[in-house]
Design a protein. Structure first.
Length: 272
């Protein structure tokens, strides 16, 4: 069923309802509910329509894009991971490569225009990149959060130019969310669980990958950009329950995304 109204968030994401919740993953991701991007320069309240508010949003967005770049790089390069599990499905593999290229492009644009990432090392839930359900749920969850962050940017940036750029990037993040649900179906999963903590079917004909009529704001849990920064805490600081101790660095994710597939051609690589 298509979701026709923006959801309010009661956040306790289930990465793998069959096992990870039982192991305390929800407790770790419960930190995510506190906000998604405040550690990037926010104080807990947004500075709307000002240069300082713009800087907070740019920092938050740069952090999100750095995290996304690292995530997509490792989706592609983890041995026996999701990319290899999609062997023979070249469209899905290309989606992941394009996602990497797009997130890195966003990061480079944002940092060239005043944004600073709050982290260069990131952490992910246990079994991320290997277990299909954990991986796809985390991917959808983070894309949900990134979409909400850019919707805040559209609302709170002080200039129309910045608002338009936020909308341009948000549109691509929304594509990523839908494509993650395509990949879920192709990995023989029946549903995904994102930031709204509700399992949503990916099985046609009653469900589709593009299952939203409106992108969700999650306004109760993510009312401002500061709220969106604190929620990234489990991903940027070690020790969150249910998260692995393995470190994933941004520096290692800046090269060719896959030795097994040529780069994807992006037809537009700069905002206009």
């Amino acid at each position: 069923m298509i979701e026709s109204e923006p959801n309010q968030l009661t956040f306790n994401p289930s990465l793998d309802r069959r096992s990870l919740l039982q192991k305390g993953t929800a407790a770790g991701l419960g930190l995510f509910a506190g906000g998604l991007l405040a550690g990037c320069g926010g104080s807990g309240t947004s500075s709307v329509g000002s240069s300082s508010g713009d800087k907070s949003i740019l920092n938050a967005a740069a952090t999100a894009e750095a995290l996304a770049t690292v995530m997509y790089y490792n989706l592609i390069n983890t041995p026996n991971g999701i990319y290899q599990q999609l062997a023979g499905n070249t469209p899905d593999q290309a989606y992941l490569v394009a996602g990497f290229e797009q997130e890195l492009n966003h990061y480079e644009f944002l940092t060239a225009n005043g944004g600073t990432s709050a982290a260069s090392t990131f952490y992910f839930p246990k079994n991320m990149f290997i277990d299909p359900q954990t991986t796809v749920n985390t991917l959808v969850l983070l894309e949900d959060a990134f979409i909400a962050a850019y919707l805040i940017g559209i609302r709170d940036f002080s200039s129309s130019a910045l608002k338009v750029i936020a909308g341009q990037i948000m549109g691509v993040e929304a594509e990523h969310r839908a494509l993650a649900r395509v990949i879920a179906h192709d990995l023989n999963l029946s549903q995904t669980t994102g930031l709204n903590n509700t399992a949503e079917s990916v099985s046609p004909p009653s469900a589709s990958a593009n299952n939203l009529a409106y992108e969700r704001t999650f306004s109760s849990a993510l009312p401002n950009i500061s709220a969106v920064v604190t929620a990234l805490t489990p991903f940027i600081k070690p020790g969150a329950a249910g998260f692995a101790t393995t470190t994933f660095t941004f520096a290692s994710a800046s090269g060719n995304p896959s030795a097994n597939q040529s780069p994807v051609t992006l037809n537009d690589t700069s905002p206009s």
